[in-house]
Design a protein around this ligand. Structure first.
Ligand code: ZN
Length: 84
């Protein structure tokens, strides 16, 4: 590895960031396919608004409008949509 963070040992001149970007693009494409097929993976989430004393404390998915009382419920529903 050079002093500038360039790893010249990876094949094809790819860098770790290229590999990470490809993984992110693949995950986004998978979630887009799920959403198009009607299985929302809840990737556009607004967390509980305001301070802890706010009256509304749920998570809202802006794709499908589903709400979740806890982060765990949200993540469980996302995993279910992805078949995990
Ligand atoms: Zn959703």
């Amino acid at each position: 590895m050079s002093d500038f963070g360039f790893d010249d040992e990876l094949p094809g001149g790819f860098q770790d960031a290229d590999i990470e970007m490809a993984q992110l693009e693949a995950a986004a494409a998978r979630d887009a396919r799920l959403l198009k097929a009607g299985r929302c993976p809840h990737t556009w989430i607004q967390g509980p608004p305001g301070p802890p004393s706010a009256p509304r404390r749920d998570y809202l998915c802006h794709h499908c409008g589903a709400t979740f009382a806890t982060r765990e419920e949200l993540e469980q529903s996302s995993r279910q949509a992805r078949g995990e």
